[in-house]
Structures are given as C-alpha cells and as structure tokens.
Design a protein around this ligand. Structure first.
Ligand code: F1P
Length: 610
C-alpha cells in the first residue's frame, strides 16, 4: 500500500526521501512523487508513474533542492495510475500533501471546495485534503491549527503529512486509521508510514496514536491528541536490523525469507519453550491468569494470517480442548455475531496494521470479549498497542509481499498457545510431550525440508504453461493447501484453488483433466487412507498429481503422479513443515514465468485501507 516519507532538516533531504521510498517499495505501489521546500519557500514537485527509480532518475541538482520535504509511493484507490493522480498533491502552489488511506466523504468535500473556486487536477480523494487545509488556513493562525480544524471534516482513514510554502520550517502530520511514525534525529526530524524507511537516518521513533496531530520542526516535535491537548508519546529505540531491507545475496526477498525460516523459528522459540513447557506469561503481562479462564477462542485475520488461524483451529480443538471459530476480518466486522462466554479474541497479522483486522479488534472490544490477544510481527503496531495481550512472532522484517516466514512463525505461536490453553483444559500429557518435542525439532526439520529445493525447482517447469491448479489437503493440512494455493496465485498469477479433499466429489472433480495440475499434501497421519482414496479419484479421471508426502505414506510415483518425499516429523508440526515445499513451488513457478515475485501486480504488503 501507499508509503510516506518526510523530513525537516538543515541539509538537502532529497536523497533521504528517495532512499526512504526505496525501502518502502516492498509495500506495493504504482507511482511515486516528491515535493521539496527550500528555506525561501520555493516548492519543487516531481512525480512519476512506475518505479521509484524512475523518480530518482528524474531528479537533478536543479529540480531537487530542499531541506523540508515529503515523498510518497501510491497504490491507486481513487483515480487511475497517472502522474496527475500521484502524490504529493498541492493547492494553489501553497500547500503540499501526501496521504495514505481513504477520505470517504471526498466527493462532498470536492463539491464544496469547487463551489469555493478551487480547481482539481486529479481524481484523488487526497487533493481534497490539500484544498481543505488551504481554505481553513485562511482563518487560522498556523498550519497546525488549520490541520487540527481540517481533520474534523475528514471521514475515513488518513495518515497525512502537510507542508506550507509560507512556513518551510515545519510540517504537520495527522494520523487516523493509517500508521505514521516520527523519527528523531539531531537537529533534524523525519516522518514515515513505516520505521523501515527511516532506519538509515535514525533508530529513535515515536509511534503516533489514533487521532494525533503533530507539528514537526528540525528541533521539536509537538504532539496533540484527538481533543487538541498536548501529549507526550513514548520514544522507542528500534531494534529492527538496519539491513533488514537487503536481499542478502538471494535473488528475491521472498527466497531469502523462505530460507530464513529455520533461523527465525529458532529465535522465536528461544527463551519461550523449555524441555517441559512454555515460559510463564508468554502472551503478555498477566496472560496466564487470563488464559486459565478461556473456554472459547475467536480468531480473526486476513490472507495468509487467516490460514494460520484456520490451522490453529484444528490444534486448539484437537489438543487443547478449547472450541474455536475462525473468521476473515472483513466479514466479522460487518455482521452480527454472538460472543461465547469466556471468549478470547485472537487477531493475527504480520503488519499489525491491516485495516479490517484492526476494525474487527475494535468491534470485538465493544462486543465484550473477555480479553484480546494479537499474534503479530511488528512491535508497536496498532494491533499490538490496542490489544490486551500481545505475542511477537519475531520473524524480522518481511519484505516480500507474499507472506512466508511470518506464516510459519504465526503457526509456531499457535502451537505455543495450544500448550498454554491446553494446560487448563485437560491437554493430554503425551500430546503435550509430542508438541514440545515437535517444536524443539522444528528449526532443524525446516532446514531439512529446504533441501527439497532442487527437486521442486525441476517440477516448477511443468507448471509454467498451466492456467489452473488445484490444491488438496485434509484436516490441519487443508489450510496449508489453501495457503499453497494463495502463494501460487499471488506470485505466479496461475489460478489456484484449494479444497478439503473430501469435497472433491461435491464439485471440483468436474474440473480434472491433464491440463490442471493437482497438488496434494499428504503427511502420514490418521487421514492418510482417506486422502489416498481421493488421490485415486483424481487419477481415475486422468488428473496429473504432485504429491508432497511422508515416505512412510508409500505413494508410488508414475506417469500421472510425481511424489516428493517430505522429511518425517511430529504430527503437530506437519502443517508447518508441509508449508515449505509449497512456498518453494510457487516461488520457482513465478521465477519461470518471470513475474515480479516480491511485488506482485495489484498487491500490497500492508493493507491499511479496507
Ligand atoms: C494480511 C495479508 C498478507 C498477505 C499480503 C496482504 O496481512 O493478506 O497475508 O501476504 O501481504 O496482507 P497481515 O494482516 O498479516 O499484515
């Protein structure tokens, strides 16, 4: 989604802004722009459709000097992908604005502003921010006051940074629904939608809260809450690695992140899991006291995180004896639902900023869940701040739009939660021991599974000319099949569907022919024989199958069935292990198809609008 970078400094900030935009490229975008303000108030604006590099190529010493500046990568929502629609937007050459989010009442505002004589040069909702602030500034004593008054007119979501050519010494920022972070320097300060953008210039951050408006100068940051009262916000020292944005020798971030999984899972378990159980209060302050009363879990998430939740449902009910529902956030937030007694609401999100998941959390708080827990990868994110309990997945920065290591660390978290809840709900001692053993073996099993790479690379060739595919799994492997299908469609653009294989006869069998590869995940568990029958149903109809199976499952390859043996593992961790070959398969298919693996078309990393 859109990215924001801003700076107020004594030096020329153009390089800082461009580097920041490059570091935000992973979020997905279609155009980029920068506006710079010199000390004498001269405004220079450059915008380009396409990559940040095209914007950087357009920058020359003549057209890009300014010690105050704002920059943006745009992911189109209102208005097509054109230079006119790219940010920053201006109003009468006085005000310049970048904005993430959606101003929902922009059509009304646009009409009112047009009646007042403003002309619009874009189709965006953002341009209404520029003109509104410009108009309100006429009856305000400062840009800060104008922004504080203007935001009252905006319905929807915004993270916005605003400059006034008549006062180059400051920018004003406002946050409601779209994250913004202020980076503190020495005699210079910065703003971004994601701390990653600012790591080359600072590690000290203030995460703005909902409704905050802040005035940022070279030496000062003054923050005001939603009621206009001055507030102090905590300064946080970031421990995100500076080089989190490097590919580390890999061709793509996604491949790097796939290969990081043994390490990040090892880090995630360190100090959290012992030979006998989990560390106390692993899920937050006082968590054990809260979890002991939980009798029902409602999980809410989107995309890959939703698949982690789907898998968790099998574990929580099978091992921890706790009933569990899982729902997509965008559905949950718009329907009436019934809250079970002693219910824990669990949100899962890599970014912690997914708009629908955040809205669902806020709704759940109103509905009266006994507590809320988030399983999240970004410390200080909105979900972490607004939940009662938080567990950090510690996957490190995930840059590839298609989630990989975030997913496996989310699943790891859910096995730990299964142990925590099972403790109070009769988790069987042998099941507990097996889960612990499985988790302790997980990093090395993941390493072993990554050695399947060469074979999978070979298989990928067979998918390159296919247009459709079907993924099958049963039990806790059904969500893994769903995740495999999501990965393939996200990055290779091949249509992929997942089915619980027991459903084959209820429709999808009609699709089977030799043009539609069928991918099967088949660990050696109690559902194996059932799954084998489903495999035979496909075989009998001339389907071509790719079976990822435990060698003890005894699948025999032939002309219609390729069998890839996956390392044997504890049953509880099998969903995590079987995820790896499916990630690799989609990666190598995408590579052959030549798609933009890390930034697939039309997709964004952090979905901060609904
Ligand atoms: C949810 C999600 C990701 C997906 C993509 C778009 O994000 O669907 O799973 O890979 O990045 O957003 P999150 O809530 O887990 O951050």
């Amino acid at each position: 989604m859109c990215g924001i970078v801003g700076a107020v400094a004594e030096r020329n900030v153009v390089e800082i802004l461009l580097e920041g935009l490059k570091r935000l490229e992973y979020r997905g975008y279609d155009s980029a722009g920068v506006a710079l303000l010199s000390d004498s108030g001269e405004l220079r604006r450059l915008r380009r459709v396409g990559k940040v590099q095209e914007l950087a190529d357009a920058v020359t010493p003549d057209n890009s000097i300014g010690s105050t500046g704002i920059a943006h990568t745009r992911w189109a929502t209102h208005g097509g992908v054109t230079e006119d629609n790219a940010h920053p937007h201006t109003s009468t050459e006085r005000i310049a604005v970048v904005h993430n989010g959606i101003i929902e009442n922009y059509l009304d505002l646009r009409q009112q502003l047009t009646n007042k004589g403003y002309t619009f040069s874009s189709d965006t909702d953002t341009e209404t921010i520029a003109h509104t602030v410009n108009e309100v500034l006429k009856s305000s004593s400062s840009l800060l006051e104008a922004v504080q008054k203007s935001v009252k007119q905006f319905h929807g979501a915004y993270g916005t940074v605003i400059m006034d050519t008549q006062d180059p010494s400051r920018v004003v920022v406002a946050r409601s629904g779209s994250p913004l972070v202020i980076g503190l320097g020495l005699g210079e300060n910065f703003i971004a939608s994601d701390q990653l953008a600012l790591l080359p210039v600072t590690r000290r951050f203030i995460f703005l809260e909902e409704g905050d408006v802040a005035e940022v100068t070279r030496r000062e940051v003054n923050i005001f809450d939603v009621d206009g009262n001055p507030v102090e916000r905590e300064i946080i020292e970031s421990n995100v690695e500076h080089d989190a944005g490097d590919k580390g020798g890999y061709r793509h971030y996604m491949l790097k992140e796939i290969h990081e999984q043994p390490t990040v899972v090892r880090n995630a378990l360190q100090g959290r899991l012992t030979e006998t159980g989990i560390a106390p209060n692993l899920f937050g302050d006082n968590a054990d006291d809260i979890l002991k009363d939980v009798r029902h879990v409602q999980i809410i998430a989107c995309g890959t995180s939703y698949h982690a939740g789907m898998t968790a449902r099998y574990w929580l009910e099978q091992y921890a004896n706790v009933s569990c529902n899982v729902e997509i956030a965008s559905e949950f937030r718009y329907r009436k639902s019934v809250v079970h007694p002693n219910s824990l609401l669990v949100t899962i999100s890599q970014s912690g900023e997914t708009a629908d998941t955040l809205a669902a959390l806020r709704l759940a708080k109103e509905l009266g869940y006994m507590s809320t827990l988030t399983i999240c990868n970004v410390p200080g994110s909105s979900l972490v701040r607004e939940s009662d309990l938080a567990y950090m997945t510690k996957a490190g920065a995930e840059i590839g739009v298609a989630s990989t290591k975030a997913f496996t660390t989310q699943l790891t978290a859910f096995l730990l939660l299964t142990l925590a809840l099972g403790e109070h709900n009769g988790l069987d001692a042998s099941a507990k021991a097996a889960i612990i053993q499985g988790l302790n073996s997980l990093p090395s099993k993941l390493e072993e599974t990554l050695s399947l790479t060469a074979g999978i690379e070979g298989l990928a060739v067979e998918f390159a000319d296919k247009h459709h595919s079907l993924f099958l799994g049963r039990g806790d492997q059904y969500p893994i099949a769903m995740e495999g299908a999501l990965k393939l469609k996200e990055i290779s653009y091949i249509h992929a569907e997942a089915y619980a294989s027991g459903e084959l006869k209820h429709g999808p069998l009609a699709l089977i022919d030799d043009e539609m590869p069928v991918i099967v995940v088949a660990p050696n568990n109690e559902l194996l024989e059932k799954l084998k029958s489903n495999v035979e149903e496909v075989r009998a109809r001339g389907g071509i199958m790719y079976v990822f199976a435990d060698k003890d499952a005894h699948f025999k390859g032939d002309d219609t069935m390729r069998v890839i043996n996956v390392p044997h593992c504890e049953e509880a961790i099998a969903p995590i292990i079987y995820t790896i070959p499916l990630q690799l398969l989609s990666y190598y298919v995408a590579l052959i198809k030549g798609t933009d693996v890390d930034q697939p078309r039309n997709l964004a990393k952090s979905v901060t609008v609904e």
